[in-house]
Ligand binder design. Structure first.
Ligand code: C5P
Length: 407
């Protein structure tokens, strides 16, 4: 659980999006966080403290005059315990209030009283699109950021008022993701990371083709981990049923040739290339324009194949990779003898780091076990979620990069 041992103050201010805060609270608790809910009086018009108490398993605070704290200083006590204060939903009015350092209710009092250097403040705005676009709100967002608050993004779409546009609060899952990202060390800040993921699809005719069982999950988990580590990430994805992480540039491709040209073009602007894609080794020599018909006489069509380019090997042989400006990481999905196979593959592909795993045991699954091979030796990463492994792998890659030139 990624928030184990973390103490999160979840602040609610007045807005319809309060209904989403109930589910967010549940998600935070499920991730292992201790959640202390603090609501403004306006928030209590939208959702009751009873609901939030039941979900957080703690009494909710609403008033600065609440006498339950022995020293009667809830704003001090609660903000000192926190690893982060997340205000979701954060109304336009509450942002304006924070901006001026006003403190006439418990939540704003806590935000002002928090130790700035130790307790981050994350705001999840929620408002009507006109309010979000208003120059006053734009100004407030910019100033709050300058004052050190993390103003998270907003969603776009149907609004409770019936209008459509920007300003919806992000979904609870997205807010959880942003909070988790916030806690990740920014070991790839300033780096550009290119990742290939998923299978490729090689057409035989307009309705058939050759593909494989790669789900793309490891590559997508790496894209997310690299983004959370502060990198600018581009993900070249074969046909997969996955939603791309927010903030990651995603380029969808179908065939090995399309993946090859996308990756080669993008590798020129990358500092790291991680090839997780299960690229088809061969493609049919001819993709027929019309569907091949069954003749009904027992005859089967003969298929001739040509080899696909090895994207990783080609990029690893490029000038930038050989000079150390581009760090290449390969994956090996084996069915047995992973370590020996991965060692041989590292040399064959000419990459500094190769990651081995058991293909059939990991395709489509949410967990995996990895073995990292580089010039120094071997590092085993025992079975864990793909996301946890991705975070560890990103840490290992970061350690191996040349230090960024001082700007
Ligand atoms: O040769 P093999 O497919 O086992 O190598 C796996 C590694 O090489 C993976 O990192 C994969 O993404 C990459 N690869 C590639 N282009 C290919 C075949 C594999 O980039 N045509």
């Amino acid at each position: 659980m990624d928030l184990n041992g973390k103490h999160i103050v979840l602040g609610l201010t007045g807005g319809v999006a309060c209904y989403k805060a109930a589910y967010l609270c549940r998600l935070l608790v499920k991730e292992g966080a201790q959640v202390q809910v603090v609501m403004t009086e306006a928030a209590a018009q939208f959702i009751t403290p009873v609901t939030m108490q039941a979900l957080s398993n703690r009494p909710v605070y609403v008033s600065q005059w609440d006498a339950r704290e022995p020293n009667n200083m809830a704003h001090i006590n609660l903000s000192r315990e926190a690893d982060a204060i997340l205000v979701a939903p954060c109304s336009a009015d509450f942002m304006a209030k924070l901006l001026h350092g006003r403190a006439d209710d418990l939540l704003s009092l806590m935000c002002l009283a928090r130790p700035l250097e130790r307790v981050p403040l994350l705001l999840a705005p929620a408002m009507n699109r006109e309010m979000w676009a208003h120059p006053a709100t734009r100004r407030n967002v910019a100033q709050l950021r300058a004052d050190g608050a993390q103003v998270l993004g907003v969603g776009e779409g149907d609004q409770a008022c019936g209008e459509i546009g920007d300003g919806r609060m992000l979904e609870p899952e997205e807010l959880l993701e942003d909070l988790l990202a916030y806690f990740q060390p920014k070991v790839l800040a300033g780096r550009r990371v290119l990742i290939s993921a998923g299978p490729t699809f090689e057409a035989i005719d307009p309705v058939r083709g050759i593909t494989n069982l790669s789900s793309g999950k490891m590559g997508f988990a790496l894209a997310r981990a690299a983004r959370d580590a502060g990198a600018q990430v581009t993900l070249v994805a074969g046909p997969v049923h996955l939603t791309g992480p927010r903030g990651v540039q995603r380029i969808d491709v179908l065939t090995a040739l399309e993946m090859d040209s996308a990756c080669r073009a993008l590798a020129d602007q990358a500092d790291v290339f991680i090839a997780t894609a299960a690229v088809a080794d061969w493609r049919p020599a001819i993709a027929r324009a019309q569907k091949i018909k069954k003749q009904g006489d027992g005859q089967v069509p003969g298929l001739a194949f040509v080899e696909n380019p090895d994207i990783l090997a080609a990029i690893a042989a490029s000038e930038r990779a050989r000079s150390g400006a581009l760090y290449c990481v390969g994956f090996a999905a084996e069915s047995q003898d992973v370590e020996a196979q991965a060692k041989a593959k590292r040399l064959r592909k000419g990459v500094p780091l190769l990651v081995g795993n058991i293909g059939p045991a990991t395709f489509g699954k949410d967990d995996n076990a990895l073995v990292l091979i580089d010039g120094e030796g071997t590092l085993e990463m025992p079975r864990n979620s793909k996301q946890a492994l991705a975070r560890m792998l990103v840490g290992e890659i970061a350690k191996r990069l040349p230090t960024l030139a001082a700007v």
